[in-house]
Design a protein around this ligand. Structure first.
Ligand code: SF4
Length: 142
């Protein structure tokens, strides 16, 4: 049996059930996931995604910073990497331009079950209070 360097208590990010899990880490690698028994959500149980779906965290091609293309025909390569500040500024500029030209209902927001309740709450606030649209939906209805 492998002894972990550390065990991290967290919430499974795959769906809104919110199962509680322990990530077992050795040499900075998540090598095992176990369900926690000390909660009323999953009582130690996990579905296949929660138990085995964490290999993406070590994928060598995982995106860890934003990429922006000036032209849609431009391929994604090292030149398309940018900073979070630059990418967020661009998104804000484009949202403002689209809203001003076509109205707030030309924009829709699709949130995610992988987000926390608080993140989903903030996104609908952004949609309603900042952009001015009620076009908010959720991937669980797909
Ligand atoms: S373990 Fe399965 S049921 Fe539980 S939160 Fe993750 S995806 Fe949802």
């Amino acid at each position: 049996m492998i002894n972990p360097d550390r065990t991290i208590q967290t919430t499974c990010p795959y769906c809104g059930v919110g199962c509680q899990i322990d990530l077992h880490v050795k040499d900075n690698l998540i090598y095992r996931v176990s369900g926690r028994f000390d909660n009323q959500v999953n009582h130690g149980n996990l579905c296949v995604k929660g138990r085995f779906g964490f290999d993406f965290t070590h994928a060598p091609d995982r995106l860890t910073q934003p990429m922006v293309r000036k032209d849609r025909r431009q391929p994604f390569d090292k030149s398309t990497y940018t900073t979070w500040e630059s990418a967020l500024d661009l998104v804000a500029q484009r949202f403002r331009a689209i809203r001003d030209e076509h109205g707030p209902n030309s924009i829709a927001f699709l949130t995610s079950a992988k987000c926390t309740n608080e993140e989903n709450y903030l996104l609908q606030k952004l949609a309603r209070a900042v952009i001015g649209t009620n076009n908010v939906d959720h991937c669980a209805r797909l």
